[in-house]
Write a protein that binds this ligand. Structure first.
Ligand code: 3IO
Length: 340
């Protein structure tokens, strides 16, 4: 009897200890994650971020809460990858064009290989990531990737031919920057988030990017001319700190991992639709002129882009990458998804 009573007290004591140890975990409620983004809230990288947050919170039944930080309030455009690796944010969205050397393989999607839309671009980029698993992402968990729609020239003055282009100060980054150089523009590199001020101050006369920014950044107020080139996309990645990822319950990890392709496609679709809407808005609200290059003129522009892919292949080969295979895969995946 005495022994049993002793056991009982020990049992109660152990139970109390366990309860005390667990209390903070149970009382803490959902796992809270921070998600950093560099451009302002109304722009597409942040729209996809809010969509992802909403879906993850719903599908995990409240186990996870995501706090979003648009507008570079937690991490800026160029510090995104390292900031996430160091744990300043749990999750971050980055534009790979801002560090072209660092993301050599995935940036091959911004070679002039004819990706026709953001939807196709996003699915192709994800395939390339999965197939080649670039070392650049070894220290993070990649949650998804996506691209912009093909880039066009937005400018304060009309650009109707290569002479108009010559020496014009235009902003672009990464693969798109190389293309502006080929056309003879004075290419100025900076992230999108720095572009509004540069346009305002006259540091640049225009930019080369996807056209939804005419509406989302109100560039149409300044850039009344668009020259249609539909050339290359800008690739993006959403990455997570590896310790934050490893600390997540398995079922939460599954929800996020299962969303990768879906999120890429959602963002591509959103971008493609939004560009159409922004173009209508630009024409209606700011009388923006959309310039289509005559066939012979377009042929000259295209000719100037021919050396670019070869240049990339030589450079990437020098770094020990299967460069030709990567380019062939981008072409093949583009064909596959564009045909659907
Ligand atoms: C982009 C970046 C941030 C917000 C909206 C955007 N639309 C297209 C881009 C692509 C890009 O990063 C760039 O620098 O043109």
């Amino acid at each position: 009897m005495r022994l049993k009573l002793g056991c009982f007290f020990v049992g109660v004591f152990v139970a109390a200890l366990v309860a005390a140890a667990l209390a903070p975990i149970v009382a803490a409620g959902p796992v809270t994650l921070s998600y950093a983004n560099f451009p302002p809230a109304p722009t597409f990288p942040c729209v996809q971020m809010e969509q992802w947050k909403k879906e993850v919170e719903k599908r995990t039944g409240g186990k996870v809460a995501i706090n979003t930080y648009p507008g570079g309030t937690l991490l800026g455009a160029k510090g995104m990858m390292d900031g996430v690796i160091e744990g300043q944010a749990d999750i971050g969205c980055l534009c790979m064009a801002y560090q072209p050397g660092r993301f050599l393989i995935t940036n091959a999607t911004s070679l002039p290989l004819g990706i026709p839309s953001a939807k196709v671009g996003s699915l192709v980029l994800w395939e390339i990531y999965k197939k080649y698993k670039p070392k650049a992402f070894a220290k993070v968990k990649v949650l998804t990737m996506f691209t912009t729609a093909p880039a066009n020239v937005m400018c304060k003055k009309p650009i109707r031919n290569l002479d108009d282009m010559k020496g014009t100060d235009l902003r672009a980054s990464g693969g798109a920057a190389r293309i502006l150089k080929a056309w003879g523009a004075n290419q100025v590199g900076m992230p999108m988030s720095a572009t509004p001020e540069s346009l305002q101050k006259g540091v640049v006369q225009g930019l080369f990017s996807s056209l939804e920014v005419m509406k989302d950044f109100k560039f149409a107020e300044i850039c009344r001319y668009v020259t249609m080139t539909d050339t290359v996309i800008y690739p993006f990645a959403v990455v997570m700190n590896i310790d934050s990822w490893n600390a997540l319950p398995k079922d939460v990890q599954k929800v996020m991992a299962d969303m990768s392709v879906e999120q890429a496609k959602w963002t591509g679709d959103y971008m493609d639709d939004h560009v159409k809407e922004a173009n209508e808005w630009s024409k209606k609200t700011h009388k923006v002129e959309f310039i289509e290059l005559p066939k012979e003129e377009k042929a000259k522009w295209d000719k100037l882009l021919e050396p670019i892919t070869n240049e990339w292949i030589q450079n990437a080969k020098g770094k020990g990458l299967p460069a030709e295979a990567i380019v062939e895969d981008i072409k093949a995946f583009t064909k596959k998804y564009a045909g659907q």
